[in-house]
Design a protein around this ligand. Sequence first.
Ligand code: CP
Ligand code: NVA
Length: 308
Amino acid sequence: MTHFLDIHSTAPDDLRAMIDTARATKEARKGLPKAAPDADLPLKDKMVALIFEKPSTRTRVSFDVGVRQMGGQTLVLSGADMQLGHGETIADTARVLSRYVDMIMIRTFEEQTLLEMAEHASVPVINGLTNRTHPCQIMADILTYEEHRGPIRGKKVVWSGDGNNVCASFIHAAGQFGFDFTFAGPEALDPERGFMDDARKKGVKVEVERNAEKAFADADLIVTDTWLSMHDAQSTRERRFNMLRPYRVDRKLMGFAKPDALFMHCLPAHRGEEVTNSVMDGPASVIFDEAENRLHAQKAIMKYCVEN
Ligand code: CP
Ligand code: NVA
């Protein structure tokens, strides 16, 4: 049985195959109504549980639509409404759900919840975001980059802002897909050192540059995300924003990147905070392609999980 828990724990060949599958199924669906089924129906007669301990628009809708296109059915569950939120163990929840459903996608706070779910479930488990990582997002982002600019291998990706969960999965992807990665942000919000060291061991350049203008030089892709993630305390907002202001992505900063550099944001964005409207709506921005590609990338991830 195959879970999809993280990019760094999935073999590079498998990741590449998922991107190829996503591209092919996206192409095959061109012009079809959104509710029309895929030709191969890889989730025919399958039931998929989508568990959310945190809010979501894209993850929730893209998984739900994706499962239906693949011929399966979904149960969208709020963690707080389940016994999981009232003291039942994760292990028992995993065992019970495995009797009813064929796959589980979970968005959770602690990474440990995801890992325990995967350990005790007898069906595939997919990571729909934890405080530490967001691998489905970055699979969609790789697909998006390559659609616009060709292979990401050897390119320079710059993350500007908070070294958060989405940033962590980009660092994992750097090692697995073979691109260089520069983190531009304040020291207090650096990504986990272990993640950066692991990527370096895989032969890619991973750098930290406090000066945003220097960091953006020669970049092929600029990425940012909210300055206050769902797991961050509101009380830290002012301190974080004061540290992060020099890393706001605006037109001036984008001018230091390569002329054909792309801009990505996983969304939801806080326009005027981590990024300006001029960049969000500007010519480098591919934010809505990224959002669409959540659907195609996750369908490939689910197919990989059921077929392996
Ligand atoms: N990017 C992303 O995961 O969005 P949602 O929080 O809306 O699912
Ligand atoms: N870093 C953000 C991503 C949301 C999709 C969060 O965890 O809230």
